[in-house]
Structures are given as C-alpha cells and as structure tokens.
Design a binder for this molecule. Structure first.
Ligand code: BEZ
Ligand code: FE
Length: 294
C-alpha cells in the first residue's frame, strides 16, 4: 500500500481514505478545497448520523433545488443567501480599509442596462408610493469628493416588488437609474420609499425557511453599485432602520453602517420644487469608496 492509501474504507478513517484518492489531482486548489469539504462533510454526517430515509430526503431537496434553477431563477444562490454563505463570501472578498463604506449582497434583481439619467431625475416612473428625495456625496477615504463616479441604483416599489417581477404592471426600468457625479462628488435623485418584501419563497428554500420557523422577508432597502476609476467597485444597500424586519433580514445583508436615516419632511416649498406631495421623505447618505487594491 502506498503512503497516501489509507486502506479499506471504515467509519473511522472515511475522510482520509476519500481524500487520499485525490493525490493525482491536476488542480492543486481543487484538491485543497475538496480536502476541506470532504473532511467537514464526513464530520457532519458522523455527528448527525442520518437514517437512510433522512439522507434520501436531503438528496431529494438538492435535486428539487437544481430543478428549480432557470435563467431567471437561481434557487441555489437563494439557498446560499439564507444559509449566510453569500454574505460570508462577500465579507471575505470585500475587506475594506477603515472609513470605507461596507458592501452587502448583490441579489438577483440588478439589470445591467438601466438608463443613465440626469442628476435629480425621478426614477419612479408610475408615481405610485410615498415621494422620497435621496442625496449625498461619493467620497474617498480622505473625505475628498470623487468626480465622475457612477451610481447605479435599483429598488422595490412601495408594494415590495421590483419592475422585473411585475412586467406589464410596472413600467420597464421603474425605480432604476444610473447617475454620474460632477466635481463636487454629489448625487441626488427622486424615488419613492421602498417596502420590505419576501425573497422568492415558493420553492425549496421557502419550504426550508417555513420548516425552520423563519420568515422570508428582507427589510426595505435601496441597492447600489458604485464605480469610479482608481477605486474598488462597491456593491451595497442602504436600509430603513425603522423597518419591522431590520433585525431579521432573511439573507443577513444588514450591517450597522448601512442604516440610513429616513426623515419625514413637512416643507411645501421644497415639495413643490421636487414636484412631490407634502410631506415627503428625505434620505441623506454619503458613500466612501476604497482605493483599488487597498
Ligand atoms: C435582493 O435584495 O434583491 C435579494 C437579495 C438576496 C436574495 C433575494 C433578493
Ligand atoms: Fe432587494
């Protein structure tokens, strides 16, 4: 028997026997990853001691999860989201220098071809919901404004649906827009106050959440992708801190620094300038981008 061969498979040496077989792997990273996964998986099975029936139920769950995946629906990403793995991978890959804005999950509803709009535009095309003015600055970690930064924003409407979930009900590109900062790094646009909504919960992930006594809701938020030359791209959200689900986001995307202040403003003059009903909402939030490679 060669050194890497651990003999016949037993309950005790199971992981070593399996990983030993990978000694000729052509890809060192794959070999290392499979070593860890095999070890942890065998450890879990040994601790759980599943019955054959339970093991088959797990296989069926994964089979049904895969069968639900299409170009429009990715049930495995959703599974990764509700297990906190998406946020963990995001955290590992987006360690920021101090002072830089933090990242969070991208989610499935971004569209790459949203229109570029003039600063101040109203991204709510159907005028349904409570008017909201959103503004702030895009800065570097020294507090200097970043010119020519691109802010890509998308959000759900005040019933908790994205335009892509309500084709024919909401106008295309409703509540989406791309804005570019001037020399002062400032951005401002008009929208409506978003609402909490459930992640798609009519599949295996929804059933799992239900069985675990968990709800499928995400607290109200706006999504952003911020890009500027020489800076690391930032994928993030801002959240309504008063949302009922702020402490129990189904996908663990909330971070303290991403809580914005949603202020109710009673100012007929400003409302008139923005073509809003009075009172309206005002959200001021600065974003700080880390230098590329920092
Ligand atoms: C979202 O915020 O758009 C989202 C994120 C993760 C899963 C589902 C939706
Ligand atoms: Fe979202």
């Amino acid at each position: 028997m060669k050194a890497h061969e651990k003999g016949f498979f037993t309950e005790e040496n199971s992981a070593e026997v399996v990983t030993g077989r990978n000694k000729n792997a052509r890809d060192e990273r794959l070999k290392a990853v499979m070593e860890v996964i095999t070890r942890k998986l065998h450890e879990a099975v040994k601790e759980i001691e599943p019955t054959q029936g339970e093991w088959f139920e797990a296989i069926q769950f994964l089979t049904r999860t895969g069968q639900l995946c299409t170009d429009w629906r990715q049930e495995f990403i959703l599974l990764s989201d509700v297990l906190g793995v998406s946020m963990l991978v995001d955290a590992i890959n987006n360690r920021k220098p101090s002072g830089a804005s933090e990242s969070t999950v991208l989610g499935p509803f971004h569209l790459a071809d949203a229109p570029e709009l003039p600063m101040g535009a109203n991204i709510c095309l159907d005028h349904k919901g409570e008017d909201m003015f959103i503004h702030g600055r895009i800065l570097d970690t020294e507090g200097r404004p970043i010119a020519n930064a691109v802010l890509d924003v998308w959000q759900a409407n005040d019933e908790g649906f994205y335009d892509v979930q309500q084709k024919g009900i909401q106008p295309d590109f409703n509540l989406r827009g791309v804005f570019r900062t001037g020399a002062d790094g400032r951005y401002w646009f008009r929208a409506v106050k978003p609402k909490f909504y459930p992640i798609p919960d009519d599949g295996t992930v929804g059933k799992l959440l239900h069985k675990l006594g968990r709800h499928p809701y995400r607290p109200a938020h706006l999504h952003y992708i911020l890009k500027a030359e020489g800076f690391a791209t930032l994928t993030t959200h801002i959240f309504d801190p008063d949302d009922i689900y702020i402490n129990s986001d189904a996908v663990f995307g909330v971070k303290e620094s991403l809580l914005a202040e949603f202020k109710r403003i009673d100012d007929p003059g400003r409302a008139k300038d923005y073509e809003f009903a009075n009172p309206f909402w005002d959200v001021e939030h600065d974003f700080v981008l880390a230098t590329e490679g920092a």
